[in-house]
Design a binder for this molecule. Structure first.
Ligand code: ZN
Length: 310
């Protein structure tokens, strides 16, 4: 059997193309992917929910309609879904859309079957995008970890995105890596010791500030690249915590590939020694996966959504 990741695009995508939509907290990204690999990326649509969900969905449908085709379509959205339906039930960044069945709402407005529109969790679909057309090409078992405001994640098993019944699969940011005195900062989820309180971009900025180092993370990484010293030590410490979290995924799922994305992912060259040390500390099996930097940047979400729609 040929895995999806090695199937040529022209065998997967119909002639008219595939549409991918990535609804973010501030803007909607998306476009049309053609069978020859050409990407028609639309000018992002601001996620303006001030006038309510209905007006936003009208604008979104109009924006999608401008792509001029009714080809397969996937939509990524930051949130989780009611099991058994595709109603968005919990989306801290898009509260106004909670309770919405996006496939039905968009289907009605675009004059197409709701069943022809597939809606999934944005972090899971970004992982799917990287696996399809980015750093994960050819890797059917991988986890993608996104280092941004929080730590997001997506898991690909046997070339398929693992979602769980509500789209909650892959919440790697809330893996507990420390306890007690070592975990003084409360996570947004209410617990202490979550990976994201140690290894997100926001956590790195907090730790840099506490150590009187640059809080601009690209400056911090540059300082670490230039010479041994406090900046390099800090990135190694953060990398180690990331590795401790990743070790738990490896023990459970035995991944061959880990992809690191998000803005802070650009510091991967300086984080990697720590990541490997953290994995060695917590994973008794002495395996070491490939650790790669994401390639698609902010296009991963919509491309993964397009793949999901197929
Ligand atoms: Zn948490």
């Amino acid at each position: 059997m040929t895995s999806a990741s090695s199937t040529p695009l022209q065998d997967m995508i119909p002639e008219c193309g595939a549409i991918g939509i990535d609804i973010g907290g501030t803007s909607v990204k998306g476009g049309l992917l053609l069978p020859d690999g050409t990407r028609h990326v639309s000018v992002p649509l601001p996620t303006n929910l001030d006038s309510g969900a209905g007006v936003f969905l009208d604008d979104l449908a109009h924006w999608i309609g401008a792509l001029g085709c009714t080809c397969p379509m996937g939509v990524g959205v930051p949130g989780v879904f009611a099991p058994g339906s595709r109603k968005l039930t919990d989306s801290p960044n898009l509260k106004t859309l909670e309770g919405c069945d996006l496939a039905q709402e968009l289907g009605q407005r675009l004059g197409r079957e709701a069943a022809s529109i597939r809606v999934g969790n944005d972090a899971n679909l970004a992982a799917f995008g990287e696996q399809w057309l980015g750093a994960g090409r050819g890797h059917d078992d991988m986890v993608m970890v996104t280092l941004g405001t929080g730590v997001g994640g997506g898991i690909i098993l046997n070339g398929r995105v693992f979602e769980g019944p509500a789209g909650r699969g892959g919440e790697v940011g809330h893996i507990r890596i420390h306890e007690g005195e070592l975990a003084p900062i409360a996570c947004g989820c209410g617990n202490h010791g979550c990976l994201e309180t140690f290894a997100s971009a926001s956590a790195a900025q907090r730790l840099a500030r506490n150590a009187s180092l640059p809080t601009d993370l690209s400056q911090l990484a540059d300082a670490a690249r230039q010479s041994a010293g406090p900046a390099r030590d800090l990135l190694e410490t953060i990398g180690m915590d990331l590795g401790r979290g990743l070790a738990q995924i490896l023990i459970l799922l035995d991944m061959e590939t880990i992809i690191i994305g998000g803005g802070f992912g650009a510091a991967l060259d300086m984080l990697k020694p720590g990541i490997q040390e953290g994995i060695r500390e917590r994973d008794f099996t002495a395996r070491m996966p490939q650790i790669l930097e994401a390639e698609l940047g902010s296009d991963a979400g919509w491309l993964g959504a397009a793949r999901y729609g197929l």
